[in-house]
Ligand binder design. Sequence first.
Ligand code: PGA
Ligand code: ZN
Length: 427
Amino acid sequence: RIERITGREILDSRGNPTVEAEVQLADGTVGMGAAPSGASTGEFEALELRDGDQSRYAGKGVCKAVKHINTVIASSLKGRNAGNIYEVDQAMLAADGTKDKSNLGANAILAVSIACARAAACSLHLPLYRFLGGVNGNRLPVPMMNILNGGAHAANTVDVQEFMIMPVGTQSFREGLRWCAEVYHALAALLKSKSLATAVGDEGGFAPNLAGDEEALEYIVEAIGRAGYEPGKDFVLAIDAASSEWKGEKKGEYRLPKSGKRFTSVELTAHWAKLCENYPIYSIEDGLDEEDWEGWQMLTKALGKKVQLVGDDLFVTNTERLAKGIRLGCGNSILIKLNQIGTVSQTLEAIKMAHKAGYTAIASHRSGETEDTTIADLAVALNTCQIKTGAPSRSERVAKYNRLLRMEEELGQSAVYPGFEAFCITR
Ligand code: PGA
Ligand code: ZN
């Protein structure tokens, strides 16, 4: 039973305030949860409530959201069973009363939703992944590791937001993580040797000034080789274009903010197809805009048989948008971000809907993160088989990888590392 709920304002990895919640149960157990925050946020995400008071944190304070936790949310959840996360989340949705959680703030609601699940797990003496997934969850996710940053996550000249490596050719998460770290360091040495910057972006990947996506991919392929691995066999590549940040003047038109290049949906699709021919790219996220449903249909027809096409801003972890995408044949994969939808139970529903439709689901961090490692447990609990949580640098990213190492150890013989099968669905 929930006894006490406290909210507080803490800092995220970009030095911006975010919401933390602490839930105490009648038996004395405590659970904590914190909301992350995006930079290239989708237009259809649940609302992140910020104070707008320019005298504090340039308007980014979250005192209102914290107050909502301490008042409305605390009183509507008191006495409820924290373990019944569907009921807990429903009670918060009812108290909020809006579709986008704009009354109480999705940041307030999510922090409490996570904290309740954690408190319940703790009270049952279960790790979070066991509480969420039971004995079913035993697959460690293949990292989709972002080692080169651009777009809204870095002050460089690269328009594509993320270039990622996936260690598919190994047998365990632990070894996959080591391979990734080795490539990361090989890339640092390579960039340094070309007098390029090795300062990092928001997700810990390097953020050098490069001519474009092909140059970035060349360096990554070379770094994989220099680390002693074979591109296309040991590692495959993934990109997140985050092209909803490339809105042109007219619908269906794209203008890349850094290079100034212009594309139509057809031209961008052809561009991605060419990149996939020249490099071992197995996954493209937000290759087209969040409102370009027709473009997505075309992209999926063109590349969907051989490339994982991930909807992040397109689906925003929202079952209504995902159902529309499934119906229209848009994409074949969904990025899963708890704070896009704002509750743990709605996140579980989005993953289940995706798997049922044969879409892959990828557990994901945000560019603004905290030390909260819930997504690591979520990935194992729901067998998402893939996780996006940045570079092996910056502790808010590494915390998730380290949590996965511990879970793999705990699962022992029953742990499965899917490798290439991460692109198939495991129900
Ligand atoms: P965001 O970026 O957290 O800034 O939205 C992550 C992503 O686009 O996948
Ligand atoms: Zn994205």
